[in-house]
Design a protein around this ligand. Sequence first.
Ligand code: ATP
Length: 614
Amino acid sequence: MARGPGGGGPMGGRFLSEEEQANPPKVTKELLKRVFSYLLPYWKQFAVVLLCIVVASIFSLMPSILTGKIIDEGIVGRSMHALVYYIVLSLAVTFLSNLIGVLQSYCNTWIAQHISFDMRNGLYEHLQMMSQRFFTSSNQGDIITRMTSDIDGVQRTITDTFANILSNTITLIVAIVAMYQKNWILATIGMVIVPLFAIPTRKAGKTRWTITREAQACNDEVNQILNETMSVSGQLLVKLFGKEKHEAAKYRAANEKMIGLNIRESMAGRWFRVVMSTVTSIGPMLIYLVGGLLIMKYDSSLTVGDITVLVALLGRMYMPVNSLLNMQVDWIRSMAMFTRIFEYFDMPVEIKNAPDAITPKQVDGSVEFSHVAFSYEPSRQILRDINFTLKRGDCIAIVGPSGSGKSTISNLIPRLYDVDQGYVSFGGIDVRKLDLTFLRSNIGVVSQETYLFNGTIRENLLYAKPSATEQELIDVCKKANIYDFIEGLEKGFDTEVGNRGLKLSGGEKQRLSIARVLLKDPALFIFDEATASLDSISENKIQEAINPIIESRTSILIAHRLSTILAADEILVIKDGCIAERGQHSDLVALGGIYTELYETQFKRAEDFENKGN
Ligand code: ATP
């Protein structure tokens, strides 16, 4: 049995993650306060749950207590009336207790659902505000786990863990009080028995805990294999390198390990039950023995009914004690889940609106970089002293070797990252002073990695402007040189683009994303040309699409092709994060520096290749 994330097991719920095992959560007052702060808005419903738990726990013990009356007053006292009365009362109380249980589980589920709804939305909104740095440095699986399994776990904690702790504690207290009311000697004997089965319970709990840890590691391994090999690109790699058998063997080995662990886990439970059933049968026998002795020799007031009640109550104590002892695992796991979720909530929002952020009526799309320095990580500076001005309506081409920092420059304008030194201004205002939504809605970026959602072409386009009319869609698609292609499709705009747009070619995706940006109608257009070579027909189509844009709009082109570069008013040559050369194409070629080298090795060859292709 392969366990999927959130799969069940004897411990219930998901397993402990490696992080949880290595760092068990510190259950502090603050943590508990914070956990309960989520309950606060629902305190009325929670009060109903508490009341239900108390009443249901007491009611559930009533039949055991009434057994004494049935025996003493009904059977031994030979009263048909008392017999029927207590039997009916006992049945009615059982029914009522179950009915209250239904109300309790409804309220409980309602609260849990609402708390997880609040948490899920709160966390999603918080994560939406996190910077690009967070998403590039975090593990995507980890984010999804926190958003899904951890929050589901929190929900389970509220429906199961909290409710179980409460109802078991109350049942236990009521049972103990009732036993002592009947007879203190027998009640004390019953109490002595409890530690006897507490020992094997703890032992079994520990064994299961260890096996669960191993199963968790094994489960991670199985999931990782699935994640890696069942993705589109993973499968492509497996197929192209002929690794099907190798991967199947790896999967089989991981699964085999899982089988062993599952068998061990199940057997740990089996032995535990053998020990438990032996120990639990000692308790009643001791009570019969001592109770019998007391009736026969010493205490004439004790009745057969009392002994039956004590035995029945003792039987009702095993379950709550057992489950309270095992609660530790659930409790730790629950607290670990809360801790993990709070960790995300506590991550500061790096890029946010200034308190006095400006939202101008209009912006002209001009850009200025002044002495800009930037690094993704403190140890490695990416940009140094970048200075340039892009005037309204102009076009700047940024060229340079791969990894020199071209895309990084474009990331700083819509504030995907903030500069370390200097400033970037947009429309004459420092981008850090502008309202973020305003800033980003005025910049259109066609990035190297075109991202399309799994949906139709229309849905992907409307993402930029949900109110766009059919005619607007047609217009932008014509401008982006993609309309002929869409028109030729059987379903036109309603064609599904597939997972991340995989049903479209690289060129089609780029043109579709140009159309999407055109629909946004931004003041500044940034086009990060894909480095992957497209065929010359695709190239030309893209070129035809962007040329009119460059002419009519303020734009920045991160260019790899001569045809794109030639259309620019100024060319910035970036090397090792600095502007090494700048000017017009002919001047730069005449300079005989880096640009000439790039021109000879990259642009010219690409151009020659294209010309031959045509
Ligand atoms: P290309 O032409 O290949 O797209 P580029 O000139 O656009 O390259 P950038 O993407 O700006 O280069 O990257 C500049 C440097 O910053 C590279 O060395 C890259 O490894 C590094 N880098 C880029 N993104 C990140 C990131 N999120 N975290 C850390 N380093 C990064």
